[in-house]
Design a protein around this ligand. Sequence first.
Ligand code: ADP
Ligand code: MG
Length: 525
Amino acid sequence: MSEAPILKDTVRSNGREALQKNIQAAMALSEAIRSTLGPKGLDKLLIDDDGRTLVTNDGVTVLETAKVEHPVAKMMINASSTQDRIAKDGTTSTVILAGEMLQNAWRLILQGIHPSTIARGYRKSEQHLLECISEILLDSNDEIKQSVVKTSLAGKGHKSMQEIIANIALDAVEMVVEEDSTVDVSKIKLISQTGGRVEDSRVFRGLMIPKKRISSDMDKVIINGKILLVDGGLERKNVTTDLKLNVTSIGVLESFRQEERQMLFEQVDKMVGHGITVLACRESIDDDIKSYLTKVGIQAFRRVSKSDLNMLARVCGAKLISSIQSTSETDIGNCSSSENITIDGKDFWVVEGDGKAATIVAKGSTVDIIGEVERCFDDALGVSTQLIEDGLVVCGGGASYVALARRLRRYAETIPGREQLAIEAYADAIEVIVRVLAENAGIDPITTLLDVVAEQTNAKSDQIGINLTTGKPENMINLGILEPQGIIKQALVGATEVAISILRIDDVLWAKQDLEMPDLPEDEM
Ligand code: ADP
Ligand code: MG
């Protein structure tokens, strides 16, 4: 039978050839970011189409910025992005783990083991590890929490920068944690400023907006105020060309303007009627109305961004309204304080309400540094959130992966048939983290792994990992190299998921690209 017409314009590769190509693509991607893993990992310089540069050590940033065409490589990048979304860290590890799982799978395939058998063995390994991870968990205290956040920043910036970012992130998360221990990170705002040192970064309770009240005659501080948020302005409309005014006598235009002005005053009176003391508008507020607002005791802010208004709405329990005329009591929010402050010569409006909020003012000397500082805060806040919500941690520096691999090998012995080989291959694969950490620190990877395994067995400890400074196995608790359990769990789940998906593909159909000649100007032809 001839090939179905639907496949006419496709290039097809199937069976082992397809699998080999896919595994090669996945491994190429994992090779590309391998050198960034861990505190001794190197940075990548990324240059985009417009020549903008970015220096980073963050796995997911490298992958998401790179222009990758291969669909299998894209699957790996998606796994890394999912890791970033769910666990905020461990993005490089996920890709390295998946790459190693596939490499080991390929070895088994060459020995004649079917990819489905390997996929089943990998799935069993993952399930077993998720059960036995509870055996290696540690409880956290304040000191441990700080170590965990610092570990998540390993390789990014210098030591004192890691310390300050870790402390600020933990404080910020404490400020917004709810009674049921949940944290909504979107309640933490990050304002970044170039100029100054990272060490000058600070966190404030409440929502800070880089704005000044529209008149310095207005009250600087309002306590227990009522706030109104307007998704528009308090201004006269510009007379547009398609508006027709029938001017029949002298002064009509003036009286029209007068009436418009009157309407603004009425809107202010309306606010006074509702007891409003703080006003924020997305658009402008007419200068004419400034002194009247001041007189009636309203502290007003104009051109507040929509995202800030939305945050204000959450913090103060207010609703964004489009017209002041139709304000109802339920639209109005409460702010326990609304204050104008100056930090290093810059004006800020600080609002606290019933809802929790915190603002981090991050500083860095150049645009590049501030970019990396922002990414560090992003990681640190994600990890701090997990710690506050869950509090259970595991040892880093490869210790947990070695401890889990040991358990997996014992489990493999109980599984009959070829799946046993797949489980052993999975155990070998997760030890890759120790090898790569060593490799990047210029230490022999194989000896390091063997030393760590031997030391864990001899000391009957799951906490021995690699000290990258001395190159010797050491207890990770003593070195403060700790991670939230969520990072390791999610890295294992994500890597297994993508590895199995790739192993299950045995047919690749590529739509043929339309290779059209680009239009060239006549004289170049
Ligand atoms: P990822 O994107 O996977 O988080 P990182 O480059 O952040 O990659 O490296 C994380 C790995 O580095 C983790 O396995 C962590 O335990 C390990 N690590 C961090 N700091 C140290 C350290 N000082 N010594 C040994 N291992 C460390
Ligand atoms: Mg990390």
